[in-house]
Write a protein that binds this ligand. Structure first.
Ligand code: C2E
Ligand code: MG
Ligand code: MG
Length: 760
């Protein structure tokens, strides 16, 4: 079709402008009246109607993608006989036609009677339009929120057409309707999504107006609170209040909402049924266009169950399940608080360790249930014998701890303990006909408020435990008080600790090595690392004079780490020089109690590179190992997994029973030198040494004799089946260099010194 004046109606019912207005009215009406799902049909129809009215060859819609960098032809109508182009016009970069997009972005229509009207800079547009054989075209922008989101175009391919201003104006209006219908569809989608979230959220949600009147609640709200939508709408969230929070709580809540826009926290409310529940609630203020609050939105979650579970776990971690008393962990926490308190108040605290006498036989005779009941009854009695503010805890088995506070004197404490001892002596009913009478032994560590040194709850409890052992040895059924050192002693100890600490920093400690040899072959298999304190003038102080003062102090851990590291380094040095012995290092109970002992050891061994950890042996003094048998045997197992072995040192000085020994997986027993020293003359000691050697053999451990001072000792020990020996008779403890020289010279001398017959 060619020109004419297109703006002057000429054909049919009212001419093209009238027809165009009809199309516009039809579209406008449908966009308003029909659901958004019908919009795309209306757009297709409208493109076709406009196309047919003006003999357009192609009418189409382009939409720019969300990213703004690409666009696609999404709707197209073609006149009969005109090939569609839509397939070829997908995901086009928007920047290839800058001129075109620039025009549309400023809201202008592109109205070209011929492609010759394209300016020179519209090269990109020309490259797209020319191949399509376009003669004339009209493009109208789709603008939303001031942003170009697409355009509608009408192409003439087989003819030319000049679009008149009225047509362009009406078509612009029409395209505006397209834009609005898109906008509506998008808004509806967003609403739909929001509604879905609202309806399906497990959280309870309520929306109020600015006066906190509830406008809407979701099904989650009803599920949690029991209030239906009808119940809640028109009320305020006060509806749920349990009256357990102070007014100040709500004041702080609303203050936060008003100043920061939200509040988040836990709140205790009531369900419709009256049942209380705990929720985490977030309240957010919604601001309108003019800045004022228009709504509040509350989102909450029922955490009653979760909280209960948490509390249950917490309870289990800190309480003994049989008696409901606090357990060891809880006791440690309470002790820390109580000690701090007493320091402030100036009162005395007593840490008491209570063990039932002869409980085991009762348990064996009447069975575990009866035993359990007896322990429960004991717990009840102990609680009632103490005063408010005092604590009873169960440490395990038939062992309890008591923490007495607010004491003014030892007499004060004895009074309470007399009550305790008396209540335990009351008969325990086992069956309606039978009862058992028990007693208790108590060890007491009194802590005066000014005794700052012993603030470590662990150490105090251990001292009480030691005192309890004494009470048992003294004949059971009474309390024994731990002999706390006098003030002057503790001051001395404090200054000792200070000196050791400074010397450790200054590098004034050295390690000596004393060989441990195989009694049958004379081969040095280990060297024990022994620490010395270097004094001015280079004299060396043996640990007997000072180690006790720091044994229970944290410093012991540092000192131990120093020894271990040095000992391992030295061992590597003599290994590199061709000497095969391993190294044996003493570790104190304080070091073993360090939570990460095994981990640190592992790290240290690793830092030495590929190096057999079986070269390392750790010596634990028997009495120290017995204190916390379970923990130490666990630790030994953990370290054994790394290949490190253990010796039980000074064996015979503790109170190891066979069952203890069985539980401690150490590789060797070191027979205490006090027995070895006199074994040549003292029959009793000789019997003990023989006994320990036999014990070691039965349990599959090796035996090591310490303090071997002569060839005669070695001969006798060998004949008794002892495996290894250490002592001045073989060599004194030596510095590393001297130890290596000794190793070099030893093969020549060992036959004579050890009383070996020949080298077989
Ligand atoms: P221990 O582990 O039983 O070490 C053996 C002690 O006996 C050493 O005393 C050693 O010098 C001494 N001894 C060796 N042969 C003979 C002998 O033939 N006759 C006599 N009478 N004594 C002999 P030392 O070096 O004074 O150590 C005493 C204790 O101090 C050690 O007893 C050990 O328990 C502790 N100790 C030494 N070094 C360390 C260390 O680095 N860490 C820890 N935690 N304790 C250490
Ligand atoms: Mg030792
Ligand atoms: Mg020893």
């Amino acid at each position: 079709m060619s020109g004419g004046d297109p703006n002057v109606g000429s054909q049919g019912s009212g001419g093209p402008n009238q027809r165009l207005l009809d199309i516009l009215a039809h579209a406008a009406n449908d966009f308003i009246a029909l659901p958004t799902s019908a919009s795309s049909g209306v757009i297709d129809r409208t493109l076709r109607e406009v196309g047919e009215l003006f003999m357009v060859d192609r009418a189409y819609l382009f939409e720019i993608h969300e990213n703004g960098r690409q666009m696609s032809n999404t709707r197209e109508w073609c006149a009969p006989g005109v090939s569609p182009e839509r397939e070829n016009l997908q995901d086009l970069p928007t920047d290839i036609c800058d001129w075109w997009m620039g025009m549309l972005r400023t809201g202008q229509a592109i109205n070209l009677a011929s492609l010759d009207e394209l300016p020179a800079e519209a090269r990109g547009s020309r490259a797209i339009l020319e191949p399509q054989g376009i003669q004339s075209l009209l493009a109208l922008p789709l603008i939303r929120d001031g942003r170009l989101t697409g355009f509608v175009g009408f192409d003439h391919v087989r003819s030319r057409r000049v679009w008149g201003p009225v047509e362009v104006a009406i078509l612009k209006l029409l395209v505006g309707f397209f834009g609005q219908s898109f906008e509506r569809a998008r808004a509806e989608q967003r609403l739909l999504l929001a509604a879905t979230v609202f309806d399906h959220a497990h959280e309870g949600i309520f929306v109020t107006d600015a006066n906190q009147k509830i406008l809407e609640v979701n099904p989650g709200f009803t599920q949690i609170t029991g209030y239906t939508r009808q119940d809640a709408v028109g009320q305020t969230p006060q509806l749920l209040s349990s009256n357990t929070h102070e007014p100040a709580f709500y004041e702080a809540l609303w203050k936060s909402v008003l100043t920061t826009g939200h509040w988040r926290g836990e709140i205790r409310n009531l369900r419709k049924s009256g049942e209380p529940y705990l929720e985490t609630l977030t309240i957010s203020a919604v601001h309108g266009d003019h800045g004022g609050v228009t709504h509040y939105v509350g989102v909450f979650q029922d955490i009653t169950q979760l909280k209960r579970q948490q509390e249950r776990l917490q309870y289990m971690a800190y309480n003994d399940h049989l008696t409901d008393l606090p357990n060891r962990a809880q006791l440690a926490r309470t002790m820390t608080q109580t000690l701090a308190q007493s320091q402030r108040s100036g009162d005395m605290v007593a840490v008491c360790y209570l063990d039932l006498d002869h409980f085991k036989p009762v348990n064996d005779r009447h069975g575990h249930d009866a035993g359990d009941r007896l322990l429960q009854e004991t717990a009840r009695r102990l609680k009632s014998a103490l005063r408010g503010g005092d604590t009873v805890a169960r440490l395990g088995g038939d062992e309890f701890a008591m923490l007495l506070q607010g004491l003014t004197s030892e007499a004060d404490c004895r009074e309470v303990l007399d009550r305790v001892l008396k209540c335990v002596r009351e008969p325990f009913p086992i069956t309606p006909e039978m009862s058992e009478t028990l007693s208790a032994s108590i060890g007491v560590r009194l802590v005066p408020a000014d005794d700052l040194l012993e603030r470590d709850p662990d150490a105090l409890l251990r001292q009480a435990d030691q005192a309890m052992y004494v009470a048992k040895q003294e004949g059971r059924g009474h309390a024994h008080f731990f002999d706390a050192r006098s003030d002057s002693d503790s001051a001395k100890r404090k200054s000792r600790i200070g000196q050791v600490e400074r010397s450790l920093q200054a590098g004034d400690f050295v390690i000596l090595f004393q060989p441990i040899v195989d009694l049958k072959t004379g081969e040095p298999v280990l060297a024990e690392a022994l620490i010395r304190w270097r004094m001015p003038g280079d004299t060396l102080k043996a640990p007997g004079e000072w180690l006790d003062a720091i044994k229970e102090h944290r410093l012991m851990v540092d000192l131990g780490a120093f020894v271990l590291e040095r000992a391992l380094e030295s061992c590597r040095t003599w290994q590199d020089a061709g000497f095969r012995s391993g190294v044996s290092v003493n570790v104190s109970a304080r070091e073993l109690r360090e939570r990460d002992f095994a981990q640190n050891l592992r790290r240290l061994l690793k830092s030495l590179g590929p190096w057999p950890s079986s070269l390392l042996k750790l010596e634990v003094v028997e009495s120290a190992a017995l204190h916390d048998l379970a923990a130490i045997s666990r630790l030994i197992q953990e370290c054994s997994a790394e290949g490190v072995r253990f010796s039980l040192d000074d064996f015979g000085t503790g109170y190891s029973s066979l069952s203890y020994l069985k539980q401690l997986p150490t590789a060797s027993l070191k027979i205490d030198q006090s027995f070895v020293a006199h074994m040549l003359f003292d029959e009793g000691d000789r019997a003990i040494v023989a006994g320990v050697i036999e014990l070691a053999r039965v349990f599959g451990r090796s035996s090591i004799a310490e303090g071997v001072e002569s060839t005669a000792h070695m001969k006798l020990l060998r004949s008794m089946g002892c495996d290894l020996a250490q002592g001045y008779g073989i060599a004194e403890p030596m510095r590393l260099e001297r130890y290596m020289n000794w190793c070099r010279a030893w093969p020549e001398r060992r036959m004579a010194i050890m009383g070996l017959e020949n080298d077989s």
